[in-house]
Ligand binder design. Structure first.
Ligand code: NAD
Length: 300
C-alpha cells in the first residue's frame, strides 16, 4: 500500500482514484473544482489542497488537461516539486507534449524528485474497470517504482523508453485514433447516402479488414455499439477539445522532426473546424455530425 497524492479529478482522474482506493492505496486528492473532491471523499479519499496534496506521500499523480496545467501545478510559485519530500515519485498521466515532459523530468531531478511521463489509453470505461494501458517514459528504476502503483489502474503497463517516450507513444496513438474516427464517419456517411443499412455495414466491417477499435468499441453512429457516447447524445468520454489538442501535439512533433503526416494534418484541421463551431465539449465521435452534414452534395 502506498500513499498517493492525485491532482485532476475529471473524466479520467476520478475513476482512476477509485481504482487506487480499491487497491487499498491511501489517496489524497486535489482539484480546482470542489465538487470533484467531495465525490471522492465520499468514496474514502482524503481531501487535499494545492499546498497539502504532495506532502507526506510516496507518489503524486497528475491527470490534467494540458502541458501548461501540469507545469503550473508542479513548478509555479510554491509548486508541488517544492512541497514534496525529497525523492517523491511524480507520475504525469496527462497527455502533453514530449518536450514539456522532458523539461519537467529535468526540473524534478533538480528539485530532488523523480518524474515519469505515463499517459494512458483506454478512456473512461477502461479507467473505471482498471484496465487502462499506460505508456511510460523514464529510466528502468523509475519504471520499476511506478509500476506497482499503475497496476492498480491499468492492465498493461509498458515501458516506452526514456523521458518523453510515453508522450511520443500517446500522440502517435491518438493521431491514428483521430484519423480512424474520421474514416469511419466518412464511410458510414457514404453508406447512408448510397442507401446501405448502417447495421449491415457494421456487421460486415466488424468481420472484415476495416475492423478497428473505434468501429467495434466507440462507433460514432448511435445504436451500433452499446458503450458508445453516440448513444448518450455524444456526452464525453473524450472531448473533441482534447482530441484537437492531441492532434496538435502530433503535428508540432511532426513539424519539429520533418515527418510527413498529411492525414494527421487534415484530421487536425477538421477537428479544429468542429471545435471552433461550438462543439468542443462533445465527445470526439460527434464529428460525424459535421462529416454527415453533406457538404459535397451537388448544388451545395
Ligand atoms: P477533464 O477535463 O475531464 O479533467 C481535468 C480535471 O483537471 C478537471 O476536473 C479540472 O477541474 C482539473 N484541473 C484543471 N486544472 C487544474 C489545476 N490547476 N489544479 C487542479 N485541478 C485542475 O479531462 P480528462 O478527460 O479527465 O483528461 C485528462 C487528461 O487525460 C488529458 O490530458 C487527456 O488528454 C487525457 N486522456 C483523456 C482520455 C479520455 O477518454 N477522457 C483518455 C486518455 C487520455
Amino acid at each position: 500500500m502506498s500513499k498517493v497524492g492525485f491532482v485532476g479529478l475529471g473524466h479520467m482522474g476520478a475513476p482512476m482514484v477509485r481504482r487506487l482506493l480499491k487497491a487499498r492505496h491511501k489517496v489524497t486528492v486535489y482539484d480546482v473544482v470542489a465538487e470533484a473532491m467531495n465525490a471522492l471523499a465520499a468514496d474514502g479519499a482524503e481531501m487535499g489542497t494545492r499546498h497539502s496534496v504532495a506532502a507526506d506521500v510516496d507518489a503524486v499523480i497528475t491527470m490534467l488537461p494540458a502541458g501548461e496545467d501540469v507545469s503550473d501545478i508542479l513548478l509555479s510559485g510554491s509548486g508541488l516539486f517544492f512541497q514534496a519530500q525529497k525523492g517523491t515519485l511524480f507520475i504525469d498521466s496527462s497527455s502533453i507534449d514530449a518536450q514539456t515532459a522532458l523539461e519537467l523530468a529535468a526540473e524534478a531531478h533538480r528539485a530532488g524528485m523523480e518524474l515519469v511521463d505515463a499517459p494512458v489509453s483506454g478512456g473512461v470505461l477502461k479507467a473505471a474497470a482498471g484496465t487502462l494501458t499506460f505508456m511510460v517514459g523514464g529510466t528502468d528504476s523509475q519504471f520499476a517504482r511506478a509500476k506497482p502503483i499503475l497496476q492498480a489502474m491499468g492492465e498493461s503497463i509498458i515501458h516506452a523508453g526514456s523521458s518523453g517516450a510515453g508522450q511520443a507513444a500517446k500522440f502517435c496513438n491518438n493521431m491514428m485514433l483521430g484519423i480512424s474516427m474520421i474514416a469511419i464517419c466518412e464511410a458510414f456517411t457514404l453508406a447512408r447516402e448510397v442507401g446501405l443499412d448502417a447495421k449491415k455495414l457494421f456487421e460486415i466491417c466488424a468481420l472484415s479488414s476495416s475492423q478497428s477499435w473505434v468501429l467495434t468499441n466507440y462507433h460514432p453512429v448511435p445504436g451500433l455499439v452499446p458503450t458508445s457516447p453516440a448513444n448518450n447524445n455524444y456526452q464525453p468520454g473524450f472531448t473533441s477539445r482534447m482530441m484537437f489538442k492531441d492532434l496538435g501535439l502530433s503535428q508540432s512533433a511532426a513539424r519539429r522532426v520533418g515527418a510527413y503526416t498529411p492525414l494527421g494534418a487534415l484530421a487536425t484541421q477538421l477537428y479544429e473546424q468542429f471545435v471552433h463551431s461550438g462543439h468542443s465539449d462533445l465527445d470526439f465521435s460527434a464529428i460525424i455530425k459535421m462529416i454527415g452534414a453533406g457538404k459535397n452534395k451537388p448544388g451545395e
